[in-house]
Design a protein around this ligand. Structure first.
Ligand SMILES: Cc1cc2nc3c(=O)[nH]c(=O)nc-3n(C[C@H](O)[C@H](O)[C@H](O)COP(=O)(O)OP(=O)(O)OC[C@H]3O[C@@H](n4cnc5c(N)ncnc54)[C@H](O)[C@@H]3O)c2cc1C
Length: 379
């Protein structure tokens, strides 16, 4: 709750909290069972300006920066939402930034504005069946044929890929390698582009995840984001925001689980006394709280530097790993304190426990963050 606590951000928290209470909480369990969010939720979030936070008004956004997006994330989870909900409702947060940065008016008109208005859903497809960590190893290829590229290949684990109207897709335009990566926006319904499979997952149940396949898909050259062969740089530049967003989901999930565990420990009686009367329980809660506070403070500090445009690649990687590690510890401890109830679908901590497992995998896994950190140490 400490990101520069301005009146505007307090208002944003209030707006987010009332949106979650009104529009999300009564339906979240149903969406978890259905495996996806309804389109109407995108529209209602857009109507009150939530979808557009972090995007400039000049492209249809609501303004604000990375810190404002973090406020929204913190408040969604604090109010009983989840990282899975954020992944599905805010997939445009990873699908659009490259298009906005390329300042391509036609693409902005066609994809960015409708996505921020909640009338289109976008996805970002980088990961392939052969690997996700090695972005330079992408094999989906796009061969130029007049005014089109002909795309062949496959993508997997794509968030919102089942529902997406368009997919910002990483392709190699020449030989595989970081020097020949480009981003193409590919429309649903383009012949040869199919959603192969809706993937079943451990967590993030309300977020649909897809396998995508491309067989001789003709994509207009005008759907390329920025100049040819600049895709690798564009992807790397946007990773900072995605990693800070995942780090925020991690400490916010930890905070929610601390709150749930404290409440439970006060209420639950064993051997005639509340759990919280035991020193071992109080110390466990203290450790959960301490790790969460430390993670939040570090992520906030790094996020402020990212928002200020400072080159903090190593610190972003540290922030993600520190927050994920705190979250992993806290969700496990919170579930344990809930006993048998913690293992039940009815328990909110059960969902956070499953959802949190993704945070050390997506957006660059923990091991990849460690590679970046080691490089930053000159190793
Ligand atoms: C629910 C979900 C949603 C996702 N959403 C999207 C999405 O919207 N768009 C998208 O493009 N991708 C998405 N992904 C994919 C995600 O980004 C990748 O799963 C992730 O980058 C890891 O890639 P991989 O699964 O291919 O693992 P691999 O790259 O095969 O790695 C396997 C393991 O080895 C480790 N490893 C890899 N290389 C090294 C190394 N050099 N040294 C040490 N250890 C190493 C990794 O850290 C990992 O633990 C999603 C994944 C999931 C599970």
């Amino acid at each position: 709750m400490t990101i520069v606590d301005t009146p505007e951000r307090r208002q944003l928290r209030e707006l987010t909290r009332s949106f979650v209470t009104r529009e999300v909480l009564p339906h979240l369990s149903g969406w978890e069972r259905a495996g996806e969010l309804p389109r109407s939720l995108h529209e209602s979030a857009a109507k009150i300006g939530l979808l557009g936070i972090g995007f400039p008004e000049s492209v249809g956004g609501s303004g604000g920066d990375l810190l404002d997006s973090m406020v929204v994330t913190e408040e969604i989870i604090r109010s009983g939402g989840s990282s899975g909900l954020i992944a599905a409702l805010f997939t445009h947060g990873i699908a659009l930034p490259h298009i906005v940065a390329a300042q391509d008016e036609a693409l902005i008109e066609r994809y960015v504005r409708p996505a921020l208005a909640g009338t289109m859903i976008g996805a970002l497809a980088i990961t392939e069946p052969d690997g996700g960590s090695d972005v330079a190893g992408i094999r989906t290829c796009a061969v130029r044929d007049g005014d089109h590229y002909v795309v062949n290949g496959a993508k997997t684990y794509i968030t919102s890929g089942v529902r997406a109207d368009f997919v910002t897709t990483a392709v190699c335009t020449d030989f595989p390698g970081s020097g020949s990566l480009s981003l193409l926006v590919i429309d649903k319904g383009t012949p040869g582009f199919t959603v192969g499979r809706r993937l079943e997952k451990l967590g993030w149940h309300c977020s649909d995840t897809a396998e995508l396949s491309f067989a001789d898909v003709r994509v207009p050259v005008s759907n390329r984001v920025g100049p040819e062969d600049t895709g690798f740089l564009a992807i790397m530049q946007q990773f900072a925001n995605e990693r800070i967003s995942l780090a925020t989901q991690a400490y916010a999930t930890a905070q929610r689980c601390v709150d749930l565990a404290v409440r439970w420990s006060r209420d639950r009686q064993t051997f005639g006394r509340p759990l919280v009367a035991r020193q071992v329980v109080r110390h466990r809660l203290a450790e959960m709280h301490s790790r969460t506070e430390a993670a939040r403070a570090y992520v906030h500090e790094v996020a402020e530097r990212v928002a200020a445009g400072q080159p903090v690649v190593t610190e972003v990687a540290i922030a993600k790993n520190v927050a994920v590690s705190a979250c992993d510890f806290v969700v496990d401890a919170a579930l344990q304190l809930h006993g048998g109830f913690g293992y039940m679908r009815d328990a909110e901590v059960e969902r956070h426990y499953r959802d949190a497992r993704l945070l050390g995998i997506g957006g660059g896994a923990t091991e990849i963050m460690n590679e970046i950190i080691a490089k930053g140490m000159g190793l």
